[in-house]
Design a protein around this ligand. Sequence first.
Ligand code: FES
Length: 127
Amino acid sequence: MVPGQVPQPAFYIFKCEQSSPPGMPKPSCVNPQTQDLFQYLAQSLMQKGIIGTVQPIRTSCMNRCNMGPVMLVEPGHVMYTGLTKEKIDRIIAEHIVGGNVVSEYVIPAQMWGEPITPADMAKQMGR
Ligand code: FES
């Protein structure tokens, strides 16, 4: 690290904070049972003293609503699904601190295929 420089975060954690309006049949990541997960995540990072290098971010729908609550860890495009406080504890300990993805909580590959580059997408669209 260069002295005097503010280091960039090592990780960004994008937590879906979308909630459906009451009565809406579509599932969403935030409901009365799951509404405190973002706060739990942020507080856990704070308590461990790593909030400066792990940036939690509230985001809107990431189009995997059926598998919610979800959060995306970058770098790595690692999408975690079906979150609970216990899962968040393990993800912080094993992935964020320990460097090992918690594969049993990762979204199934058929729901999270390889990314398509914008250049390839443009080609597919004939542009
Ligand atoms: S509501 Fe969270 S992914 Fe859609």
